[in-house]
Design a protein around this ligand. Structure first.
Ligand code: ASP
Length: 340
């Protein structure tokens, strides 16, 4: 019997970078990419395809479109899974976007590295090996896209970059990694909730423009009143606490909502998410909901921004419902008195 096939797609990132002589600045290195792409795992046939070799802040929706095309074609042709290498800076965004678009049972596993390929203790080879193992493991099927990093397995819609320096750079909220890769196999640590249905969307080259602003003392958002009509399709606010804004910001939020521009309020706090029912004062969640804003639940601002962009691109009208469906325990599962 032939060995199971895993397709390795590569977009670049630190995993494919080397430092200049003397341990200087890291930059993309084609040779490092070729070496890593040749990573072998006993019992697997790995084929590699480079889609880009760039920093992850340089990636665009057309890269996701290409990943989906290549990954779907490989799986439909018999590959047991797909691995994608990616810079860590925006890895959580690609993971989240793919979690809303990947419509196959086969694992699509994303990984990267914090240390360049030339650095002592480079973490890329181990992460890549673990990712290939996870991509071929039946235990990882049906979980949607996954992130493998530092031995841990994260659900793509819960993972977030939690350290800008540590090789253990990723964490999952609200409940921690879904599993780990140990002794050459996937070990699941919890039973994941059902995934929301994938969006029916052919990715455009550019998603609708949705800025994300940070709330805080004396932030009245009045800057937005100076934008030309049609400049933004939606707004995400990283609120304070459980998703609150300064009372002065409410006027601008009401004007945007009256103009048909959806406003989603997440929290600038790393854990805990937003509420729909704890506070009722000007600028609180109850005030925001009454005005017509949407609370992002456990989705961090960057993921809330992406979800709103994808919903707008897909023409979804019920934005509040879609945010609630983004996952019980992440948005709508904590209903309380007065929750609309
Ligand atoms: N700046 C790099 C990138 O996101 C960081 C990394 O890959 O770790 O491409």
């Amino acid at each position: 019997m032939s060995e199971p096939h895993v397709l390795l797609l590569t977009l670049g990132g630190t995993i494919f970078m080397t430092e200049s002589a003397g341990g200087g600045h890291a930059a993309p290195d084609a040779e490092a990419g070729r070496r890593l792409a040749a990573t072998a795992v006993d019992g697997l046939r790995v084929t590699a395809r480079q889609l880009a070799n760039t920093s992850s802040s340089d990636l665009r929706p057309h890269h996701w479109r290409r990943v989906l095309e290549e990954a779907r074609a490989a799986v439909d042709d018999g590959a047991v899974g797909v691995v994608l290498t990616h810079g860590t800076d925006t890895l959580e965004e690609t993971a989240f976007a793919l979690s809303r678009l990947w419509d196959r049972e086969a694992p699509l596993v994303i990984t990267g590295a914090m240390r360049p390929a030339s650095a002592p203790g480079a973490d890329g080879p181990a992460n890549l090996r673990d990712a290939l193992i996870a991509a071929a493991d039946p235990a990882a099927r049906g979980l949607g896209p996954l992130v493998v990093f530092d031995g841990m397995l994260h659900l793509a819609d819960q993972v977030t970059k939690a350290s800008s320096r540590s090789v253990s750079a990723f964490a999952s909220h609200p409940v921690g990694p879904v599993g780990m890769v140990d002794d050459g196999r996937v070990v699941l640590l919890q039973r994941p909730l059902p995934r929301p249905a994938p969006l029916d969307l052919e990715l455009p080259d550019a998603l609708p423009r949705v800025p994300a602003l940070i709330a805080g003392i004396d932030e009245d958002l009045a800057l937005l009143d100076h934008l030309p009509t049609g400049a933004i399709a939606g707004l995400v606010i990283a609120g304070v606490g459980m998703g609150h804004v300064a009372p002065e910001a409410m006027d601008c939020i009401r004007r945007l909502l009256a103009a048909g521009i959806p406003v989603v309020v997440a929290t600038r706090i790393a854990t805990g998410g937003t509420s729909e029912h704890h506070y009722a004062y000007p600028g609180s969640e109850v005030d925001l909901l009454a005005a017509g804003a949407v609370m992002a639940g456990f989705l961090p601002p960057a993921q809330a921004r992406l979800l709103l962009q994808l919903l707008l691109a897909a023409g979804v009208q019920d934005v509040r419902g879609a945010f609630r469906d983004a996952g019980p325990g992440r948005t709508g599962a904590l209903p309380g008195p007065g929750t609309p």
